[in-house]
Write a protein that binds this ligand. Structure first.
Ligand SMILES: Cc1cc2nc3c(=O)[nH]c(=O)nc-3n(C[C@H](O)[C@H](O)[C@H](O)COP(=O)(O)O)c2cc1C
Ligand SMILES: CCCCC(=O)C(=O)O
Length: 345
């Protein structure tokens, strides 16, 4: 398809008609009554930009670094499982499109392509997302394989002691097709997430790898302090796209508290509800160093494979560039909290 869309939501509309109903419902669903799913997006609507005029610049500089790695814009690919549901090329296409956009890809533990194959395709920096499985040896093996394959950090998802109740998906009595399988595991292994871990898991992981450990799924100042005590390199403020605890805080609402508690000691990123370049702007103004996209990446993948993923990043890049020029920000470091105002109406 050569159609070029100019907003991510146009990709959403196009993807809806292309993707199998079960896969669509699985991706779009939140958990429970989907309060958090809706609020992740709605909360951005309460934030407005206080733009500054007559700040001279050429084209603004959108590039930044995450843990020292350069990315061409402050938007990265979130870990998303089962990507062959949206495109036959699955993760192979999404990592390629992310590389074309010159940004970073996080490979999911639950990918339909093995972590080694993803790494073999890569033209972008790569992090590996780890679920905390029982038996622990399953997680340990993944960490060692990821290090061996050249991944640059481990993103530990801590908001999933159980998989969330995706009730919309369940109510529709959908199930995922048989051929969709977790390629990091052999067919006779069905890895289960575990609710028995405590913060000591980071000390254990540290004995397995020298790679930076990033914690994904933090929403409070208290857990920010715990994470820093246990030596994490960075924090992802996330409620898993509204798919774990329903009624959990919207990510953009939780972000300032985490940034405050982190006191500049570790980098803080955000995911959840990013659909436009102004959403990225608002997250950066609230203290995030960069953001991740989950569902919007899948829409690009479903519509145009690797090129669609590249296009999603291109749309966000252009929208962010406009927001920066129109608010007087020559580079991403200029996007500060004084440029934001909350209006609760
Ligand atoms: C279909 C789907 C699968 C996901 N799989 C994973 C996963 O394997 N590991 C993980 O840590 N997060 C997973 N997530 C959560 C994303 O990493 C991210 O937190 C979320 O999608 C961000 O919200 P957004 O979709 O509004 O951008 C998944 C999300 C979706 C929609
Ligand atoms: C069993 C894989 C779970 C993927 C996931 O994290 C999600 O669906 O939100």
């Amino acid at each position: 398809m050569d159609t070029q869309y100019i907003q991510t939501k146009q990709y959403e509309e196009a993807a809806r008609s292309l993707v199998d109903a079960a896969a669509w419902c699985y991706a779009e669903s939140g958990c429970g009554n989907e309060q958090t799913l809706r609020a992740n997006i709605a909360a951005f609507e309460h934030l407005y930009i206080r733009p500054r005029m007559l700040v001279p610049m050429d084209a603004p500089d959108l590039s930044t670094t995450v843990l020292g790695t350069s990315i061409s814009l402050p938007v990265m690919a979130a870990p998303v499982g089962f990507q062959q549901l949206w495109h036959p090329e699955g993760e192979r296409a999404s990592v390629q499109g992310t590389g074309q956009a010159q940004t970073l890809y996080v490979a999911s533990s639950s990918a339909t392509t093995s972590l080694e194959e993803i790494a073999g395709r890569v033209c972008s920096p790569l992090w590996f997302q780890l679920y905390l499985f029982e038996p622990r040896s399953l997680s340990a093996q993944l960490v060692q394989r990821a290090q061996q394959a050249g991944y640059q950090a481990i993103v530990v998802t801590v908001d999933t002691p159980y998989y969330g109740r995706k009730e919309r998906f369940w109510r529709n009595q959908y199930s995922l097709p048989e051929h969709i399988r977790k390629a990091n595991f052999s067919d006779d292994v069905d890895p289960m997430v575990s609710s028995t871990f405590d913060w000591g898991v980071f000390d254990w992981l540290r004995t397995l790898t020298d790679l930076p450990l990033i914690v994904k799924g933090i929403l409070t100042a208290e857990d920010t302090c715990k994470a820093i005590e246990h030596g994490v390199a960075a924090i992802v403020v996330s409620n898993h796209g509204g798919r774990q605890l329903d009624a959990a805080l919207p990510s953009i609402v939780a972000l300032p508290e985490v940034v405050g508690a982190a006191r500049g000691e570790v980098e803080v990123y955000l995911d959840g509800g990013i659909r436009t370049g102004t959403d990225v702007f608002k997250a950066l103004a609230s203290g995030a160093r960069a953001v991740f996209i989950g569902r919007s990446l899948l829409w690009g993948l479903a519509v145009q494979g690797a090129e669609g993923v590249n296009q999603i990043f291109a749309i966000l890049r252009e929208e962010l560039e406009y927001a920066m020029v129109l608010s007087g920000c020559p580079d991403v470091n200029c996007i500060t909290s004084d440029l934001l105002k909350e209006c609760n109406w």
